[in-house]
Every structure is written in structure tokens, then in C-alpha cells.
Write a protein that binds this ligand. Structure first.
Ligand SMILES: [Cu+2]
Length: 198
């Protein structure tokens, strides 16, 4: 399977709205892949131990890990970030939005399989992360959709990412860019390491 060129440009992209469907065109592969959470890149604040009371625990319970993206071809203005978000806290939380200097807009998206077997993307308002649970964004499922990339995503680089949660506030992480056919974090990390080797 070869990468499919986006069927829409930013100029013709539908106005942002709560839900839209479009044929899967921005992602090369619809096959499900799984990111192996073999690494943690948490920027969660460390507890300051200022108080022994549980009411003032300060460690941010939202821990992003294994964030990765595929390199993009020149001229392609969309991309996607996949990652795992773990909630170590006692209350459910929602990822409300994400942003990155790599793209003008970042949207929370989900892939769906239509009845006819074709793939569609839907814009979701939030991603729920259960207490003491996690959510994994992976090809074929949830992803952070990047629109209007500042420049093509290059294997071996990292994309800063800011995540905003309903309760936990903002958490930062970075996504490693793997090659254009990468299917998971481990693969992306390996290709990124190879790309940056002297
Ligand atoms: Cu998408």
C-alpha cells in the first residue's frame, strides 16, 4: 500500500465543526498498529512533598508516553501524533485539546470503519481517560491530527506537544518522528535513532 495524497487542501478543508467525516486520506495506512510503551517521556511535575495531606498532592496524574508520528512527504500539510496517556489519579479526566508549534491546528480525531469497510475520520471533542487507566492513540483509532504543518515532519526530529486536560491542566511531552511507514513508537524511535546517527 502506498501513501495516499490528501484529497483536500487547507483551502478546501471544511470549516472546523464539532463532527465531520471525510474519507481517510491524510494517513497512509489504516491498519491498526500498536505503540509499545517501552519508554516514558513524562513531564509530569514531581511532587514537592510540601504537605503530607492527600488533598494537596501535587504530582500531575496525567502521564503521556510513547508519543510518535510519521515523517511526512514534501507538500503534505497534515500529519498525526499517536501516544499513550496514563492517568495515575483517582478521578477520570478528559483530554480537551492539544497544540504544537509544528502545526497551526491540532485536533482530536478518531478513525472509524464505515459499514462498507472504508475508513473515515471524526473530530472528537475530548478523549476520556479513566482513573487509574489509560488511553492509547494508534493508527486506525484515536490520533492527534496536525493541520497546516509548519514544515514537513522529518524522521529523527521531535515534535513538542502541549496537552490540556479538564482537571490536570497542561502537560507537555514530545513526539518522536519515525519514518513515513512507521507503525508504532518502538519502530519510530528506532528509525529516528538511525536517522540521527552520525
Ligand atoms: Cu485525523
Amino acid at each position: 500500500m502506498t501513501p495516499i495524497q490528501p484529497a483536500f487542501s487547507l483551502a478546501t478543508r471544511p470549516q472546523r465543526k464539532s463532527v465531520f467525516f471525510t474519507t481517510l486520506s491524510c494517513l497512509a495506512l489504516a491498519a491498526a498498529g500498536t505503540a509499545s510503551a517501552s519508554d516514558t517521556t513524562s513531564d509530569a511535575a514531581t511532587a514537592t512533598a510540601a504537605s503530607a495531606t492527600t488533598e494537596t498532592a501535587t504530582a500531575n496524574p496525567m502521564t503521556p508516553s510513547a508519543a510518535w508520528a510519521r515523517a511526512t512527504a514534501p507538500g503534505i500539510v497534515t500529519g498525526a501524533i499517536y501516544l499513550t496517556i496514563t492517568n495515575t489519579g483517582d478521578i477520570p479526566d478528559d483530554l480537551l485539546s492539544a497544540s504544537s508549534p509544528a502545526a497551526a491546528t491540532v485536533e482530536l480525531h478518531r478513525h472509524l470503519m464505515r459499514a462498507d469497510g472504508s475508513m473515515a475520520m471524526v473530530h472528537v471533542e475530548k478523549l476520556a481517560i479513566p482513573a487509574h487507566g489509560n488511553i492509547t492513540c494508534a493508527p486506525g483509532g484515536y490520533h492527534l491530527m496536525l493541520f497546516n504543518l509548519a514544515q514537513p515532519l522529518v524522521a529523527g526530529t521531535h515534535i513538542p506537544l502541549l496537552l490540556t486536560f479538564a482537571h490536570a491542566g497542561t502537560v507537555t511531552t514530545s513526539a518522536v518522528v519515525g519514518d513515513i511507514a512507521a507503525m508504532g513508537f518502538a519502530e519510530a524511535s528506532a528509525s529516528a535513532t538511525a536517522a540521527s546517527a552520525p
